[in-house]
Design a protein around this ligand. Structure first.
Ligand code: TXA
Ligand code: MG
Length: 319
């Protein structure tokens, strides 16, 4: 089933969606843009293809992957939806929400995708290029973020090339990702927030009419996004810095002006879209200036600010 692509394609443009889809159907690894971050995609029904995702990222095999499909009907062929899950899907799909649901019998997914669990994380991306790709592939696509395990997630095709370069068969280039943070992960039965992300907890709470419990218990589902050291630039990171210091590159926010800024206006949505690109850029700037670390200004803990701070704490945690 897997036919290795000996001919690497490198960067693919949006008019090359048919070729991108063929790479996936042939068992290849293709990075593609979603509204959250670039994903490293493989045919989720092809075990060998999925295994290559883990190899390319250096990702532990016990970490399950998110499956991407084009609509709710395709999702319902893979998982069992209760009323709450269907309501949430109707309200927030397509968009930056992943739902963890019980697997449906006959789902056809490789067991590597779910790390042998009885549940599967599914999302329906909204980025038009991702949607065209999923239609052309006609199969569920497993995709973690397209970065080496533990490093900063990619929000541009160049980030993917810098991190994974020759290890993959192609990158579909759709420019910068609109949201810039990974999807929010929600389990519906029982209802719990498993990962803060591109859809704010407040928006979900308003929809379900109750506060969300958070279930990020370490040791339950071990996933890179939940390990303490993650999203790590090459240089060490210091948080809540409000003044420039020598030997550091400062990433500002709002009134704190830096060498770079997440959002000069202090807008958390703009900051989310810029976050990973600024971490990649700060690393390059630190290398050029021989700076020793990366300082980051405080970001308010509300709306997407929560997910931003979650990623920043992991970027700053001891390696
Ligand atoms: O925005 C996103 O979600 C991006 C883009 C590419 O779609 N993908 C992404 O995938 O962030 P990844 O592999 O970095 O994150 C997968 C997360 C894991 O951290 C794990 O917590 C959760 O999905 N997950 C997957 N299957 C699960 C399951 N059955 N139960 C609980 N959590 C699960
Ligand atoms: Mg990731």
């Amino acid at each position: 089933k897997t036919q290795r692509h000996t001919q690497k394609q490198g960067r693919l443009t949006p008019d090359q969606v048919p070729l991108a889809a063929q790479i996936l159907r042939d068992g290849g690894l293709l990075a593609f843009p979603t509204e959250t971050v670039y994903g490293l995609g493989a045919d989720a029904t092809n075990g060998q293809a999925v295994a290559r995702i883990f190899a390319a990222k250096g990702r532990p095999v016990f970490n399950p992957l998110i499956v991407h499909v084009v609509d709710l009907a395709a999702a319902e062929r893979l998982a069992v939806f209760d009323d709450l899950a269907r309501d949430l899907a109707a309200r927030f799909w397509p968009g930056p929400l992943s739902l963890v649901l019980p697997l449906r019998e006959g789902h056809g997914l490789s067991p590597l995708v779910t790390a042998g669990l009885e549940s599967v994380a599914i999302r329906v991306p909204s980025a038009p290029l991702a949607r065209r790709l999923l239609v052309a592939v006609g199969r569920p696509v497993a995709a973690p973020s397209a970065n080496p395990s533990g490093r900063v997630s990619p929000t541009r095709a160049e980030h993917v090339r810098d991190g994974l370069g020759d290890l993959i068969d192609g990158v579909l280039d759709g420019g910068a990702c609109a949201v810039g943070l990974e999807s929010t992960i929600l389990r519906t039965a029982p209802l719990a927030l498993l990962r803060e992300g591109g859809l704010s907890a407040e928006a979900i709470e308003a929809a379900v009419g109750q506060p969300l419990s958070r279930d990020t218990t370490p040791g339950k589902v071990q996933a890179p996004g939940q390990l303490s050291s993650h999203y790590a630039p090459a240089r060490p990171v210091h948080l809540d810095v409000t003044e420039p210091t020598p030997d550091a590159v400062l990433i500002g926010f709002g009134a704190v002006a830096g060498d770079l800024t997440l959002s000069a206006e202090g807008d958390v949505v703009e900051a989310a879209a810029n976050l990973f690109d600024m971490l990649h850029r700060a690393d390059r700037l630190a290398r050029a200036q021989e700076a020793l670390w990366i300082d980051i200004a405080p970001v308010p803990e509300a709306g997407l600010g929560r997910a931003i701070n979650d990623r920043l704490r992991r970027a700053a945690s001891p390696r």
